[in-house]
Design a binder for this molecule. Sequence first.
Ligand SMILES: *[C@@H]1O[C@H](CO)[C@@H](O)[C@H](O)[C@H]1NC(C)=O
Length: 216
Amino acid sequence: MRSFAFLLPALAAASPLAQTTPDGWADGPDPNEIQITSASFSGNGCPQGTVSTSISPDKTVITFGFDGFQTYIGPGYNPTDKTKNCQLHLNLKYPGGFQFSVVDSTYHGYAQLDPGVTGTFYSTYYFSQSASDTTTTQTSISGGGIWAGGQVYTKADTIPTASYIYSPCGANGILNINNRIALTSTNSSAVGELTDDDATVAFTQQIHLSWKTCKK
Ligand SMILES: *[C@@H]1O[C@H](CO)[C@@H](O)[C@H](O)[C@H]1NC(C)=O
């Protein structure tokens, strides 16, 4: 995995920690009270009928399996095959109030890249309630070497979402994760394939820095 460049951009400037209330910060509820109540997906990388979804019994971990999230570049391939996206929409139920959460996501796929071909996997995380606050991770693989023969790869994200859930106490938040894989090439004869075969999003490792309880 040494070939991966993993960039985690700086967080949005706003931090819940900067906000104070007369009540101060309370000890949080059990982080496992965060639950995925439902999920959906959209995008040309995940047409209906190509995705399997499973949610753990405690509703804190969701895994998507993708059969059509594949990109190709090179002679004979359609230029539109160079990039695909699949956006995941997770309906979350929170115990209430603002929170500062960490989302763990793991992606597996396959890359077979000739020299000159670069594959990049972008994941952009945002809550519907504040769609302009986004965090994007980017993993790139340069073709050649071990990738010329094809390898399975893993992309592991730990996202401090630092997000405000503006919904009223006890309401729901929607976390969106737009995953995009893309191939570029400096050699029109070179061939590349990059897939995303699965995505797992977990709320089990919450490092909850602070919670604010709602006033009744
Ligand atoms: C371009 O890619 C083809 C196929 O991998 C290879 O045979 C050729 O040598 C490459 N050309 C250059 C200039 O790297």
